[in-house]
Design a protein around this ligand. Structure first.
Ligand code: GRF
Length: 203
């Protein structure tokens, strides 16, 4: 599928600081993602700084989390209908800390991508999120780590890999210093994977 002439409507799902969201916004604003239109930012956490970033760039931001919708089925329905209302072509999970429902995943086959802060298949799956990933990498004595962009399927971090890039693990690294090095790679490969989706060049 080559979508290069058509605008690609992207919904970005977040839960935290939103530095990956910012990187996507910056790439759209500097013309590197000409097809992309970020139609909304949806946060599982109403206090996420990512929502501030969306607001600052004039992008619609919505909180759909446990505070707003305590009942899981209802929350999942609201999320799905919010994505559909905006005719979403691509869902980008950028530090999104909730699990998507099977119904949502089935509604968007090969249209949901996630960024994970390790070299999948290493240090991924259940329990590997946030700083835990980097702590586990350091404790296991690995010499390199990195980031992976992959399609989302019904497993946890099991979908087809789109892009990966490695960084060295340095002597004396802490979870914080390694996270920072990995994050700078995330900020490059996530927009690159979005561009590949728009150009229809994911193999
Ligand atoms: C990133 O490391 C991402 O890979 C992980 O959570 C972090 C989110 O960072 N899933 P940010 O909110 O984009 O700054």
């Amino acid at each position: 599928m080559n979508q290069s002439n058509k605008s690609v409507r992207v919904s970005v799902l977040v839960s935290g600081g939103g530095s990956n969201l910012q990187s996507i916004i910056d790439h759209v604003e500097n013309g590197s993602l000409p097809q992309v239109r970020i139609v909304q930012v949806i946060s599982s956490n109403e206090n996420a700084f990512a929502l501030e970033r969306a607001k600052k760039s004039g992008i619609k931001g919505i909180a759909i989390g446990k505070e707003q919708w305590p009942e899981e089925n209802k929350r999942n329905q609201v999320l799905l209908s919010t994505l559909k209302e905006e005719d979403t072509d691509l869902i980008v999970l950028a530090g999104y800390m909730s699990i998507l429902s099977p119904e949502l995943i089935q509604s968007y086959p090969n249209q949901i991508i996630n960024i994970h802060p390790s070299l999948i298949p290493k240090f991924c799956g259940k329990g590997f999120f946030g700083k835990r990933v980097h702590r586990a990498v350091i404790e296991s004595g690995e010499k390199e780590s990195g980031a992976t962009v992959h399609f989302v399927d019904e497993g946890v971090d099991t979908g087809k890999i789109i892009l990966q890039e490695s960084v060295p693990v340095l002597e004396g690294d802490t979870a914080d210093t390694l996270a920072e090095r990995v994050l700078s790679v995330e900020h490059q490969i996530l927009p690159k994977a979005i561009k590949m989706f728009c150009d229809g060049t994911i193999v």
